[in-house]
Each structure stands twice: as C-alpha cells, then as structure tokens.
Design a protein around this ligand. Structure first.
Ligand code: IP8
Length: 255
C-alpha cells in the first residue's frame, strides 16, 4: 500500500482564503487512479484551514474566548475542502470516503491516537479512506490543530505502507531558498546531516511548520524498506510516474 499526502500548497492557493485548485486536484486524482496502485490518502488544509487557524492561534489550544467560533469555522471550511476532494476522487473512479479527523479521533497534548477499525473495515470492502488536517479536541488543551503530516505518521505506524509520498508544489528540498537564491540546488536525497545544514527559516506560512518540519517527519518514517518521497504535483504526470516506480525529479528521505 502507498500512503499519499496531498499537500495544502498543491490542492489550494495558500495566499487566498478558500481557493481550491480544482484542475490540479482533478488531474492528480486521475494520475492516482491510472497507476492502479493500492493507496490511502490524506490531505492538508491549505487556505481552507491555515488562514483562520493562524489568525486565532488555534495551534496553541484554548487560550481565549473568541477562538470557539473560529474552531467551528475552520472545521466547516476543511470539511468543505474535503468534500471537493472526495468529489474529484470519485469522479476519477476512486471510491473514496471521508474520515474527518476531528469527528473521529481525540488528541492528548497534541498527540493523535487513531483507532484503525473503521478504516480497516472500509479497506476490506475496497473503499479508500481519506483523512485530512483538522481542528481536533485535545484532552489537555481543549482543542488543537492536527496536521496531515501527523496523521500520516500515525497511519504509517498502523498500516505499514511500502512507500509514503508527499505531494507538494516544489520539486523537493533545496540547499537554500530557491525563491531568494537563483543558484539554489535541489537535493535528491536528504539525511539527518544534510537537513542540519539547510536553513530552518526556509519555511512556508503555516501553523504546522514548513518544509523543514515535513522533511523531519519523512526522516522519522523512512527505512531501508520504505521510501519517503517529496514530489511536485503541479508538474503533469510526475506523481503518476513516481507511483509506477519510475525515476522522477524529487527528494527522498534517507536514514
Ligand atoms: O495543512 C493543518 O493541516 P496541514 C490543519 O496538513 C488546519 O498542516 C486546520 C490548519
């Protein structure tokens, strides 16, 4: 099984509140279907989640009264995004069902605990469960933000996928910020030592951390028998080629 995270930067326009990248998502769903691989899918929140979550500091848990309304609005918005994605998956021929993280699971001081039974049942009848970054109740903090990357980590521990693919809007990890430095070089394989040397301020405007945090999660999950790969989903066919086992421009995490 291949675990795929569709990142917020590729499924939405992160600069504009609730802007869905319908064409890109539709193509990515067709690329997944065409690969004929057995997959589980998680998606990020993009501008459906991060804009309000950041404004109301939801990642800090319950710290003031005006957050309650924001919790409800962010939950509503990420479900709206999830519905749009489920529609594209079904239109592409993938029988997908939504498993809303905040409705099904609880966090304990930011730590997500997933009971896999519902997902196992869906998988056993040929349905693809889809989870997403969400606002989740937290036994210690009242609520918190659970990122898609944290869900991926949890699912990887439970379902032992052969491969984990993070689909983003960048070709991979660079040795310096490619938006600032024209001679930034793409790194094909990242390990702990290489990651240490990459500037940590090279992050996107997220409440759940940027490229650096993602690479760290990837290093945690990769092994000799499991590839963890960051790939650019804005390039036509790249995800499809990667799913089919071809060599593509990307960054792989290496222990
Ligand atoms: O986009 C964040 O999930 P991510 C979830 O996977 C919210 O980091 C609600 C901001």
């Amino acid at each position: 099984m291949i675990l795929i995270k569709l990142g917020g930067s590729v499924i939405t326009d992160k600069k504009e509140y609730k802007r869905f990248n319908k064409e890109v998502v539709s193509r990515l769903c067709r690329e997944i279907k065409d690969s004929e691989k057995d997959v589980m899918i998680v998606h990020g929140a993009g501008s459906f989640g991060h804009v309000l979550a950041k404004e109301f500091e939801l990642q800090k848990g319950r710290i003031r009264d005006d957050q309650t309304d924001a919790v409800a609005r962010v939950s509503r918005d990420v479900r709206e995004l999830n519905n749009l994605i489920i529609k594209e998956l079904i239109d592409a021929g993938i029988p997908a069902v939504s498993i809303p993280t905040g409705a099904c699971f609880i966090m304990n001081d930011n730590e997500l605990h997933i009971d896999p039974k519902v997902m196992q049942m869906y998988i056993s009848i040929g349905i693809v469960p889809v989870m997403f970054g969400d606002v989740v109740t937290d036994t210690k903090k009242g609520f918190g933000i659970c990122s898609g990357d944290r869900i991926i980590k949890c699912l990887a521990d439970i379902f032992s996928p052969d491969k984990i693919i993070f689909v983003s809007d960048i070709d991979g990890i660079y040795d310096r910020d490619p938006k600032i430095s024209r001679d930034a070089k793409l790194i094909a394989e990242v390990n702990e030592e290489i990651l240490e040397q990459i500037p940590s301020e090279m992050t996107v405007d997220d409440v759940t951390g940027g490229v650096h945090a993602k690479m760290r999660t990837m290093l945690d999950m990769c092994s000799d028998s499991r590839d963890c790969i960051l790939v650019n989903g804005t390039v036509d066919g790249r995800l499809n080629s990667l799913l089919k086992g071809m060599d593509v421009v990307c960054t792989r995490a290496r222990k």
